[in-house]
Design a binder for this molecule. Structure first.
Ligand code: ADP
Ligand code: ZN
Ligand code: ZN
Length: 732
């Protein structure tokens, strides 16, 4: 454990005169050990050490980059064996508040401070070989900026993005409802420096963005004050980035997401930590950035699953932002048309404030929802020809085309077909490393050739010319993906311009930007895509949204499936009918389902978000599921599933038998994961549930200790099982 109080940055005032030895504790991106002691040679390093400084230190046979978290004249280790810090980075320090937040995250999410902190620093700054040359560049911002500009130019496309109308809606252009919302957001002028969590619950298209941008503008007083805006995914940022930049012409914007080059990320991070950028716009990873003068936070689309990191330290960016706002005594706005049940309930119970926006800013009508009942048994063939969409959807598309409006076709599988099979022996295209099927992709990936691709481990194989089991030459496909739908739609409407948007067609963020442009500028008539097309975008001319076979998202072991489907459908419906033009004021969403009577569809018909959330809240309360209880997962993976299960069984037994194990904790039996094998490893999990956060945390600390005591890193000794603890999982 770290003895330094990171939240205040207090240290035991070491004597830094030459007569006393100086030791620093450094955190590294390593599991189990919180800090490593090193000696500080003031003469060689040119000055005294500082908490929050990035340094290079010897580690094993090589060296590693870490952060100083403590400075002292003492070390418990044999002084003669302690190695020296090699060099320090000529970068600004991570401020104590940010370190305090990261320290909280490391304790709450059961990782070391280094495991959470180091990955949050862009790779660009973690190359000690380059540090020496950096000093000049850093102190000469003109050079840096000029270079940056050149780079920017190279990546912007020839034709500028067509601006969204009224993209920078100023305060005097807000409608009445927005003005009221803004006034309430600003609240008591004397209480700006206070922690508040506000749910901005506004219908899709109600102008939430304009409200929170104006809020930030009013709030940021001093020139150096900073605001953080989190958005769900990369594909949302290009359009929003432009909007934000136009709205704050006098401010510097730092954009942070994983689609940037290493250097772009490095510069954005540096601008932020130095306080040069006032508006920080980014995805999940920006939640961990050092922002020394943070005054306000917005988490847009707060319900979005992408705020939860699913590898490494599994943190929730939204939850950390709320914690951060509390720590800093600043306000935070959570915006969504479909809040997560957690947030919605907090607003219902008065723990969060709530401000609603109930009317659409441009067209006052919500899109009409139509449920298309599919036959229980899917007839994929009509007149010997594959029929991928229902007659209702077909007619709606034809009608919509005639109106010169765009159609969105949502289908949640990428690739051509989810499975390739043999018509003679029943062989299926299983992945050799995973317990899942390889998806047939018609092109891309390996040039023009069709391939099989596993979406879990990434394995790519050529399509076999014959069945590998029986040699039969007739292989057929099962199910449909976006590529097949694209071909099908194009064949049905040969003169229409059909566009496909999914993870394959938009590998690089630039190409995603270019694809979305074709929707905004009206080039595309029909857009086929995965959930990527459903979120946040402010399209102007969508008349129809068709959701193909909505049911396959509904039936899963995960109790959040209905909540997720509902949010997705409301979001995608919200893409329709957003334009303000008279003729274009309505839009329609057609949803194909075999079960139109389910509550999720019933509430959707009336755009009844509160009704639906109330319904699932009652269900969860009855079943004592989150947010009416708190959960954690212990993950275990091994070569064989039996080993992973046995490991968790033993663990459960050990922890259970400890006499100080807290009350009110339920430890379920270990089970194999829904997809057991991925990349050759077999995976199991154990659910731990508690009635309150505190008891659960105490219990998990005991799990953590039991795991550490028999492990090297995250691998248990003897059994070779890899383990991890996850707090507040969102995928069960
Ligand atoms: P939301 O985020 O709530 O879905 P947006 O903030 O994207 O909605 O706004 C939807 C559309 O309405 C955008 O095109 C925006 O420019 C426009 N808009 C928002 N407020 C106003 C306003 N007061 N007057 C005119 N247009 C507005
Ligand atoms: Zn066969
Ligand atoms: Zn695989």
């Amino acid at each position: 454990m770290i003895s330094t109080d990171l939240s205040t940055g207090q240290i035991d005032s070491p004597n830094t005169s030459a007569s006393q030895p100086i030791f620093v504790q450094v955190v590294l991106d390593k599991p189990l050990v919180q800090g490593f002691d090193y000696a500080w040679d003031s003469i060689a390093l040119g000055g005294t050490p500082h908490i929050g400084r990035l340094v290079e230190v010897p580690f094993g046979r090589t060296s590693a980059v870490g952060i100083i978290i403590k400075v002292s004249n003492h070390s418990e280790y044999d002084h003669s064996k302690i190695k020296k810090v090699i060099q320090q980075a000529p970068l600004p320090l991570l401020d104590s508040k940010t370190l305090g937040m990261l320290n909280f995250a490391s304790q709450y999410y059961f990782s070391t401070l280094g495991e959470i902190t180091l990955p949050s620093i862009p790779a660009y700054w973690k190359k000690p070989k380059k540090w020496q040359g950096l000093e000049n560049k850093l102190h000469n911002p003109e050079i840096r900026q000029a270079k940056n500009r050149g780079k920017k130019k190279a990546i912007t496309k020839e034709e500028p993005l067509k601006p969204a109308p009224l993209s920078g809606i100023q305060k005097d252009q807000l409608n009445q409802e927005q003005v009221k919302a803004l006034d309430r957001l600003l609240g008591d002028a004397n209480a700006t420096e206070a922690y508040r969590t506000i749910l901005l619950q506004g219908k899709t298209g109600s102008g939430k963005t304009a409200v929170y941008l104006n809020w930030i503008k009013a709030l940021l007083q001093g020139e150096d004050e900073q605001a953080l805006i989190l958005v769900p995914e990369i594909n949302l940022t290009p359009q929003l980035e432009k909007r934000v930049a136009e709205f704050f012409p006098e401010k510097r914007i730092a954009v942070m997401h994983s689609g940037l080059t290493e250097k772009q990320r490095g510069i954005a991070w540096q601008d932020t930590i130095q306080g040069k950028a006032q508006i920080i716009l980014g995805t999940r990873l920006a939640a961990l950035a050092a922002i020394p003068n943070l005054k306000a936070i917005v988490v847009d689309e707060e319900h979005d699953a992408s705020y939860k990191q699913q590898e490494g330290t599994r943190y929730s960016a939204r939850d950390l932002c709320i914690w951060r706002a509390h720590q800093l005594s600043i306000p935070i706005v959570l915006a969504s048309a479909t809040p997560s049940l957690e947030t919605w309930l907090a607003a219902e119970e008065g723990r969060y404030e709530r401000i609603r926006l109930d009317v659409r800013a441009l067209s006052s009508v919500m899109p009409t929802v139509k449920l298309v009942r599919l036959p229980k048994k899917t007839a994929t063939y009509a007149n010997g020809e594959a029929q991928l969409i229902s007659t209702e959807v077909r007619d709606a598309i034809t009608h919509n085309l005639a109106q010169k409006r765009q159609s969105l076709i949502l289908i949640n599988r990428r690739g051509y077909a989810p499975i390739l099979s043999c018509t003679a022996c029943g062989w299926l295209s299983g992945c050799s490393k995973c317990s899942s099927y390889m998806v047939l992709h018609k092109s891309s990936m390996l040039g023009k050739k069709a391939v099989l691709n596993c979406h879990h481990c990434g394995l790519i194989k050529e399509v076999p010319p014959f069945c590998p089991e029986c040699g039969n030459a007739e292989l057929s496909t099962i199910g449909q993906g976006t590529q097949q739908m694209e071909d099908y739609i194009q064949a049905q409407w040969p003169t229409a311009k059909v566009l496909r948007i999914d993870a394959d067609s938009s590998k690089k963020s630039q190409s995603a930007e270019r694809l979305f442009e074709q929707i905004h500028d009206g080039t595309a008539d029909i857009i086929v895509g995965t959930q990527m097309i459903a979120k946040g975008h402010d399209y102007q001319n969508i008349g129809l949204v068709a959701v193909i076979d909505a049911d396959n998202r509904l039936f899963s072991q995960d109790f959040r499936a209905a909540e997720r489907l509902f949010a997705q459908l409301v979001q995608v419906a919200g893409r329709a009918g957003r334009s303000g033009q008279e003729l274009h004021s309505t839009g329609e969403i057609c949803i194909e389902t075999r079960y139109p009577d389910l509550p999720v569809f019933h509430h959707l018909l009336g755009h009844d978000v509160d009704g639906f959330l109330g319904h699932i809240a009652a269900e969860r309360k009855e079943a004592l599921l989150p947010p009416f209880s708190y959960q954690a997962l212990i993950h275990a993976e091994a070569k064989k599933i039996d080993e992973a299960i046995q490991f968790l069984k033993d663990l459960k037994k050990t922890v259970r038998s400890a006499n100080d194990f807290p009350e009110g904790i339920r430890i379920l039996d270990p089970v194999p994961k829904a997809i057991v094998r991925v990349s050759g490893m077999e995976r199991a999990q154990l659910v731990v549930e508690g009635d309150n956060r505190k008891n659960l945390q105490t219990a998990l600390m005991q799990f953590d200790q039991a795991l550490r005591s028999r492990s090297q890193g995250r691998i248990s000794m003897g059994t070779r099982v890899r383990w991890m603890i996850e707090r507040d999982p969102v995928l069960i």
